[in-house]
Design a protein. Structure first.
Length: 281
């Protein structure tokens, strides 16, 4: 059983050198398919963490120094995995930088990194023992504009979608909403500062993230019903299933959450990867 953070962390993570702009941070997140970045100074010493959530919480700020969290606790490679659990559960944040004695960033850890340990340990406790949050349902005809407001107010980025009979029909996440927001291309490029000479990955990825900041300020989110944007027939887990099976489903599908159903196929809860960290306390 892995006991130290060095055994689960992502080594040599992508970092952002300050000073930097919000757009620079987002370009790196999109290019490397990540949601958070350690920020370092010119000597590569750790300054803070910036995540997609931080950016959405400060839509009018352009400079990383004004968006990043400077006081987020850090870990070292020799820290016990339990120390990471303490930080995640106390801060409710999803990214922790791992630094050496010179404060250089050598790794990064998220709750997702603990899933493999849960699976390897074959934890048999039932999924229902780890349900920590109320399950907030979204009706399939709810406008995306309303769902986005739910995301910003609750800080939950994924909701189960149900029909008239409360049957689970899909999942909606912040990413699904970004992909369905319509802004004219010329407005995107001029209002968001995206140049015509950007690489293809930059344009296709960053416009979906940046335009939400612009649209949010303008309050011009679409009225499209959530059923048209949701992921249909989502993967789910039985409430009596051993929790290691939930961890395996999350790993295989790159999910941080799963809908939970009972033996009658009724939706009963949502399970989040951060909830599973209770196993390590």
């Amino acid at each position: 059983m892995v006991e130290k953070i060095s055994g689960i962390m992502t080594k040599n993570p992508v970092i952002l050198k300050a000073p930097a702009s919000r757009n620079e941070a987002l370009k790196l997140m999109i290019k490397h398919n990540i949601t958070g970045l350690p920020v370092v100074d010119e000597n590569k010493r750790y300054l803070g963490m910036i995540t997609r959530r931080d950016i959405f919480e400060h839509p009018k700020e352009d400079q990383v120094a004004l968006i990043m969290r400077e006081n987020m606790p850090t870990l070292t490679p020799d820290s016990p995995v339990s120390k990471g659990v303490e930080i995640f559960l106390s801060t409710k944040r999803r990214h922790i930088a791992v630094v050496n004695d010179k404060k250089n960033v050598v790794g990064i850890v998220t709750p997702y990194d603990y899933l493999k340990l849960i699976y390897e340990k074959k934890v048999q406790d039932p999924v229902e023992n780890f349900i920590k949050h109320p399950c907030i349902l979204v009706y399939e005809k709810t406008p995306l504009k309303v769902v986005f407001r739910m995301i910003t107010l609750t800080k939950i980025n994924a909701f189960p979608v149900v029909d008239d009979d409360a049957n689970l029909k899909g999942m909606i996440t912040d990413r699904d909403i970004f992909e369905n927001i319509k802004v004219e291309a010329n407005e995107e490029s001029s209002q968001l500062g995206i140049g015509e000479d950007e690489d293809a990955w930059t344009w296709e990825g960053i416009r979906n993230v940046l335009k939400i900041l612009y649209v949010e300020e303008r309050l011009e989110l679409p009225k499209t019903p959530v059923a048209e944007a949701m992921v249909k027939n989502p993967v789910s887990i039985l409430n009596k299933s051993p929790v290691y099976k939930a961890a395996k489903l999350m790993i295989d599908n790159n999910f941080s959450q799963l809908p939970v159903r009972d033996s009658y196929d009724n939706l009963v809860a949502m399970l989040y990867d951060i909830d599973l960290l209770e196993i390590f306390k």
